[in-house]
Ligand binder design. Sequence first.
Ligand code: KIV
Ligand code: ZN
Length: 501
Amino acid sequence: MSDRLYIFDTTLRDGEQVPGCQLNTVEKIEVAKALQELGVDVIEAGFPISSPGDFESVVEISKAVTWPTICALTRAVQKDIDVAAESLKYAKKGRIHTGIGTSDFHIYHKLNSNPDAIIERAVEAVKYAKKYVEDVEFYAEDAGRTGNEYLARVIEAVIKAGATVVNIPDTTGYTLPHDFGAKIKYLVDNVPNIHKAIISTHCHNDLGMATANTISGIINGARQAEVTINGIGERAGNTSLEEVVMTLKTHYQALQIDTGVNTKQIYQTSRLVSTLMNMPVQPNKAVVGRNAFAHSSGIHQDGVLKNRENYEIMDPTDVGINESAILLTARSGRAALKHRLELMGFQLSKEKLDEVYEEFLKLADKKKDVRDDDIALLVGDATRKEHRIKLNYLQVISGKSLKPMASVVLDIAGEKFDATSAGNGPVDAAISAVKKIIHRQVVIEEFLVQAITRGSDDIGKVHMQVDYQDSIYHGFGAHTDIITASVEAFLDAINKLPVGE
Ligand code: KIV
Ligand code: ZN
């Protein structure tokens, strides 16, 4: 029988505390609804006493969300608890999350108190919150640096006072995974009434171990994990929801722990939070980073194309990403290029593929990221070499007060032909010169010019559609010189006309 882990999302409270990540109420409602869709169990919607905006957000999220529990944070202070209870009045299921620092640092240097007085305040706060709601969560702030024996006394006392969930935060991200796991196990083994509450983890990522610590806590008995989307949060952030959920899914056989999260919504929710909070996701971020399912080395690409599981432990579609990306770089092999060409609709012979691959490697040495447009160009160049009619020479004179003139030399089946023509513009002059050589009655029906990237040194792409004897032929050309690209596109179409008419 599998166990259920509750997912407590604090993106809108601990995540939103980050400078620059603040959301307005409408945006918070959008995130809360996305979290509901995602299937989290608890949404920590804010710290109502901290500002009227936070108060209003908790109220509005409580109205907007139907089934997850809505949680409001407080200090162990009666006024905080009153305000939190008021903010939760529309929640279908409301929870007050109250607590106090329990490490020596917090007891002596923040609260100017002593261990017994802290237990008293903790108990009072829980009892006070219980007057308003049944579901009260207690946090022992800086539990990561709190001695286990004292922590066990605190936890036993607050459960006795009515806490339904006991949160063991590694507030400073200090602990090591085996120590954090041992702390949870200590509580399981040494707090007599621990079975009356759910143990929760709340790990910060200062040493990059938030997820490892959370998983260690879960393995040792925690059944709620406090997380944020994309791991956002104070300093180095909180444990990321997607990492915990996908770790449990990937290791389900060994751990037998389920969450209620619809993993297919993960990527979409990650994008939403990143966009609204102006918080970019690092490209190599586990699960949701741009490169999380992107393969760039030849060996890996070949392996993934043979069988995805050679190099992927998760199926990208499980987190809502359409497919693994095979990035074309200088380290990509023929298999990757062939795969991309096939996706683009090109079926090349082995010889043609070799030729395109050679050119691809030269381009990839110069350009970090080779895109579909670049590949289309390479295929076009290789195809052009086989054309019966090729452009051998082109000179165009044009300018503000000059009549455009073009001289063209074409190679037709190995023989050279030249012509000169004037035109309304440089392209018209060049095409007219070509027409003088080929003697075909073709009419340009469509002429489309596009830049591939953005700079003025960019390659221009030309698509042309020509009419010949009531049939339409398409041509494509690309060159840094837009007139050459236009002539190439025209010739590409001309080469498709029936020969010998
Ligand atoms: O990190 C922390 O200890 C917290 C508590 C307020 C739960 O965010
Ligand atoms: Zn925190």
